[in-house]
Structures are given as structure tokens and as C-alpha cells.
Write a protein of this length. Structure first.
Length: 103
């Protein structure tokens, strides 16, 4: 296993990477960095941790919406349907609406 240095939202990270997985890791880093940058650039959220949580939720939602993705009907205890995810995102957005005033 090798290590790769990547940059996400202007911060460098040293990540372990399985042999042959470099392209997949770089694609994942690009997705995370792009999502976090979009949230930051929208200007509503300033705290890096909150940006990371919102980016993770957005990316998880995008994965859940892909054709063939498991749904709540698959019976998995951690499965969420799109209505539940939309509701959670709306609640998080409402809770973070005043985040810019905290910093």
C-alpha cells in the first residue's frame, strides 16, 4: 500500500492508497473537494467541519439516487429513501442557516 498526498479545500492530506487504486482515489478526492468547494463558495457555511458533513451527505444522497442503488425497501437497517434524505438535508440546512453569524 502506498501513500499519496492530496489537497481538499486547500488543506493537504496524506492518504493510504492500495496499489492500482490511484485513479479511483484521485477521482474520490476530486468529488469531495468539488462538493466542499461548492458549499463553501455558496457562502452560507464557514466552518470546515460543517462543510465536510454537508458534502458527505450530498455525496451519499447522489450515490443513493443512482440507478441500482439500495433503497429502504432492501431491508438494510441503514438504508434511507430519498424523502428521508431530503428531510434530513432540509433540517441540517435550517440548523446551519445562522452558521455564518457564529464566526
Amino acid at each position: 500500500m502506498k501513500q499519496m498526498e492530496v489537497t481538499i479545500l486547500g488543506q493537504s492530506y496524506l492518504l493510504a492508497c492500495p496499489d492500482g487504486g490511484e485513479a479511483s482515489l484521485l477521482a474520490a478526492v476530486a468529488s469531495v473537494d468539488g462538493e466542499m468547494s461548492a458549499i463553501r463558495d455558496a457562502g452560507k457555511v464557514k466552518a470546515r467541519e460543517r462543510i465536510a458533513v454537508l458534502a458527505a451527505l450530498n455525496l451519499a444522497y447522489q450515490l443513493a439516487e443512482r440507478p441500482g442503488a439500495k433503497t429502504a425497501q432492501s431491508g438494510g437497517p441503514s438504508s434511507l429513501d430519498s424523502v428521508q434524505i431530503d428531510t434530513m438535508l432540509a433540517r441540517i440546512d435550517a440548523a446551519l442557516a445562522s452558521d455564518g453569524q457564529l464566526l
